[in-house]
Write a protein that binds this ligand. Sequence first.
Ligand SMILES: [Zn+2]
Ligand SMILES: [Zn+2]
Length: 209
Amino acid sequence: MHLLDLKKDYHVHSNYNDHSPQDLSVERVTRYAETINLDTLAFTEHVRKTSDWIPKYLDDIDRIISLGTKMTIIAGFEAKILKDGTVDVPPEYEGHFLIASFHTKYYNKQDWLFSLKSAISLPYVNVIGHLAPEESFDLSDEELVELSQLLKSNNKTIEVNAKYRRPPMKWLQIFKENNINLHLGSDAHSLTEVGNFNSITSLIEYINN
Ligand SMILES: [Zn+2]
Ligand SMILES: [Zn+2]
């Protein structure tokens, strides 16, 4: 049984991406997270193979950790699941905490499933982010059970995401029945979204009760 811990936010962005406010610095996010009493904060900036800011980002997080904080701070990334079944992260950073997410539509269930299953099988992926079907397809209970087995045998975590309110309840039911590792991610792109899971209260209650 894996309960969702509201003091742990495993999906937070900062101003290293190109679409968050410039004042969303690693330091401000950390200080804010302390004021709301989080005990674990994972920075998971959007990364691509071509990203050139990664050393600076990691240095920035190291500097905050060295200043001292009671929280566990994780330096990680969120990367896109690609159609060839790989994930868009530079190989030299594959050892970091990594959320793999769908960021483009596939419009084709078999292609989507292929990419998802491949991503789950990659040893350097830790989490599947904001997982949900597309409008044009859904997974059957049988397919979700099969997916659960793959998640389990590869020791992967499914994120319960506050920004997109995903996965859908039906999927979570099957993940819960199959004892899949679950954790929370706010997917914060602004300060007040950090550690804020108010949008998914019903999903959290379902898992934790
Ligand atoms: Zn995402
Ligand atoms: Zn995100």
